[in-house]
Structures are given as structure tokens and as C-alpha cells.
Design a protein around this ligand. Sequence first.
Ligand code: KG4
Ligand code: ZN
Length: 364
Amino acid sequence: MVQPVLHILGIETSCDETAAAVVRRDEQGRGEILSNLVLSQTADHAPYGGVVPEIAARAHIDHLDRLVAEAMKQAGIGFAQLDGVAATAGPGLLGGLLVGLTTAKAIALGHGKPLLAVNHLEGHALTARLLGEVAFPYLLLLISGGHTQFQIVGGVGRYHRLGSTIDDALGEAFDKVAKLLGLGYPGGPQVEAFARRGDPQRFSFPRPLKGRKDCNFSFSGLKTAVREAVNGLGALSEQDVADVCASFEAAVADTMADRLAMAAQLFRAAHPDVASPALIVAGGVAANQKLKAVFEEAAARHGLALIVPPAKLCTDNAAMIAWAGAERLSLGLTDDLGVAARARWPLDQTQAPVYGTGKLGAKA
Ligand code: KG4
Ligand code: ZN
């Protein structure tokens, strides 16, 4: 179906990346990234071993205006040529969300453009469609520092969560293991690098929830097992660190293979008519090579077409927010200027947190 061409500015400030991007959606619904700028605050937060909300919010204020101007310049268009302004409205750290959403509202109001208040998770969920033709429904595995969940993506605004973590997010588990071992932040890439030189069988860490007939995850027990092993070792040699990392990664890989098998089964039960559904893996942890091999094997085994967007679009960025805005605008789903930022905002709003603890809302 021929649709109007859309140019959308996207803004992302939900965590520790300040990001602005412009994307184009053509008459056939195909996407093109005209600019995509991400300013990481990792160095600002590194001394604290994690993201400090107040530092993040101030850094967004300091850099966002310049980043938006640069994104528009690189895209080669002016505000008047935009068809909409999209910003992450949640979930995330409220201070940062307010900076991005308020900036988007000001641009939308000043230039008479529609506002699109985007759910950050919807940005991750729809990224694959920015890169190529991917038909609904598909299976999404989101594994980042704040989120770990399976979703059936049925359409724009149509999500069904198959499972999520009941405690730590997977990226958070990597970061905590890195911290225990005295490695830097963010820990995922460091754990992966050490794991390459380690023995994955030296420690037999638990495989959380393995064999369970659902799609949930749990990583806090695994993290505790790692802590106990580390405490038992006393002073750590380089080889000890490598062996702990390799054994931890092996436990995660095993768990992931098991959870993927369950997710594939649940997807097929929900959509028996879809011959070869796509499996999209998004989030920073998707960059892990050992896990990528697990995804490839699982996709082949369960008849799924694996898509792992390039790292730059897997981790937090504003192109995915602009694209989600474009998809929403093409369906007429715009937002009022009074829309509020939301620290918690599950994608699938009809579903209660998995175990009703309320804790999952923060991660969802
Ligand atoms: O998606 P992301 O950039 O930011 C959000 O959390 O939203 O994900 C960052 C997370 C961090 O926890 C980081 O340690 C983890 O992704 N990560 C990795 C790797 N690269 C990044 N975890 C495992 N292996 C990696 N190579
Ligand atoms: Zn994210």
C-alpha cells in the first residue's frame, strides 16, 4: 500500500545514552536512517560501578540540544520538513525521560508537528522492520542491562509477553559478575573477553529455571553461586578470573538454549500458521559471541529466521525511537502534548508481572 513519506526526529534519554536520530519511512513502509548519534555517558558513571540517575539527567540536559541540531544537520533537513517528533517516554529513569520528552514536546509545539511518545521497548521490538521487511507476528528476545524478556510482536502496539526475568536482567548479571571479579563497568564485554581464555567446566554453576515449562528467567541465584565460588578462592589469579567468567557464560548459554526452546514452542502454539517466524534478538547482551552461537543453533533447530540487528542498533539508540514513531504515525497513533513520562511502562499492558511481586514492573 502506498503511504506518505515520513521524516521523523527521534530522541532517546531513558538511561545513560543521550541520542538523537532522523529516519525516513518511504511509500512502501521501508526505513532509512538519515542520521544516528549516540553519546555514551559510560565514563561519567564508571567510577560508581553503575548508572547514577542524577548524573545521567544532568548529562542529557548538557548534550541533547547539540545532538539534536547535529542529527538534523547530518540528515540534511530542517524542523519544518519533519512529519513528527518522537521521544522515549518510558520505561526508564524519570529525570532523563523528562529531558528528552520535554525537548520533543517543545520542538513539536514550536513547529506544529505531531508528537510521538514512544515506549523504549517498542523501539527495540520494531528495529528489525527498520532494517528490512519483517512480517508480524515474530518472536522478540530482549536482553539488555535493564530488560530480559520474550515477547510475541503481533503488530505495532500489539505485544504478548511470554516471559521475563523474575529478578536481575541478564546484562545486570554480567555487570554484577564483573564487579565481583574487580573488572570494569559495563561488565559484559570484559566477562566475555576473559571467558575466551577460561575453562567453562571448572565451576559447575546452576542453570536457573532450566526445564521449567515457561519462558521466565532468573539470574540472582547464579550470581550468588558465582560470589560463593569467588569468595572460596581467596586471592584471584588471572586464570581464576577467566575460569569463573567462562563457567558463568556457559551457565547462561545453557539456560538461554533451554528458554529459547520453550519460547519457540509457545510461539508455535500461539501461531501454528506461521511457517518460519523471525526471531529478533535485541539489547546489549546480543553482542556476546558465545550467546550468538546459541541463538543460531536454536533458530536452526526450531525453524526460526534469526535476525540480530547490528550492535549499534541493538543497544540503546534514537533511530529505533524515531522508527517506532514513524510506524505509529503511519497508523495515526499520535500523542497529546500533555502526555507524561513513565518510569514503569510494560509493553504488554494487559499482563500482570509474572509473579506479582511488582518488582518486574521496573524491569519490564
Ligand atoms: O542495551 P544496552 O546497551 O543498554 C541497556 O541496558 O539498555 O545493554 C547494556 C548491557 C550491559 O549490562 C552490558 O554489560 C551488556 O549489555 N553487554 C554484554 C556484552 N556487551 C554489552 N553482555 C555480555 N556480553 C557482551 N559482549
Ligand atoms: Zn534498551
